[in-house]
Ligand binder design. Structure first.
Ligand SMILES: Nc1ncnc2c1ncn2[C@@H]1O[C@H](COP(=O)(O)OP(=O)(O)O)[C@@H](O)[C@H]1O
Ligand SMILES: [Mg+2]
Length: 220
């Protein structure tokens, strides 16, 4: 599905990845583990096309993704990747519903029907117990609710790959179970889920576990 071949990344003079390899297939749950500051978020940022890497090849469905072309890269990201960022990256002054629908603003107008998207947003909000919050501003909801909004937003355009950066830090048991069930459902639908996490509860459902070590991704 997606491959990063022999990629390297340096911040200023600090080497984070050196000729590392990452692959994930359709219908897999892949974990990225490793100590804090080792490069988990950086790896997700590279997969999502948010961050550039220094050298390496990026393949999606066996086709090279032109990561040097910003327009093409944004289009690739918008169409294929849903990213649940660790700090959620929600817009405080917008409502929950507006935040959920944000990705559709960056996708071609004729591609998604606004009414269908809104129906989908409401259905997802219902599943995640956020119906009452849809018209509230982000600044007026709790951390756990924000996390669920970020999760729903990543799903709204039905991307093939969902990236989640430590997605369970703010969740209580009930919401954790919901997120776990969601990831398994996505996997069964043939989507790919990549999770940066320390949470051992994910180990049982993982198809593959990478540990980042010595600037490489080591399969455990
Ligand atoms: N924009 C940046 N500029 C310089 N260094 C950065 C930047 N982003 C991350 N780093 C560094 O890269 C390393 C890996 O960070 P990160 O990917 O956030 O690790 P993790 O998610 O595993 O905790 C850290 O040492 C961090 O300080
Ligand atoms: Mg991180």
């Amino acid at each position: 599905m997606l491959e990063l071949k022999q990629f390297s990344k340096t911040f200023k003079s600090k080497l984070i990845f050196n000729l590392a390899d990452f692959t994930c297939k359709r219908g897999e749950i892949v974990l990225l583990t490793g100590r804090s500051g080792i490069g988990k978020t950086t790896c997700l940022d590279i997969i999502s096309g948010i961050k550039r890497y220094d050298t390496g090849d990026f393949l999606f469905k066996n086709q090279k993704v032109e990561t040097q072309n910003e327009t093409k890269l944004s289009a690739f990201r918008n169409e294929n990747i849903g990213y649940i960022l660790q700090d959620f990256a929600l817009i405080d002054s917008y409502t929950v519903l507006e935040n959920i629908l944000l990705p559709s603003l960056y996708s071609p107008k004729d591609k998604h029907n606004r009414h269908d998207l809104e129906t989908k947003a409401r259905n997802l909000a219902y599943e995640f117990d956020l119906t009452e919050m849809l018209n509230r501003k982000i600044k007026a909801i709790s951390g756990g609710q924000k996390q669920r909004v970020a999760i729903i937003r990543s799903l709204i355009l039905e991307p093939a790959i969902i990236l989640a950066d430590e997605p369970t830090t703010n969740l209580d048991k009930e919401n954790f179970d919901l997120v776990m069930a969601l990831f398994i459902k996505l996997k069964n639908e043939g989507k790919t889920v990549v999770i940066a996490t320390h949470d051992e509860r994910f180990f049982d459902i993982a198809s593959k576990i990478y540990e980042i070590k010595n600037c490489r991704l080591i399969e455990k």
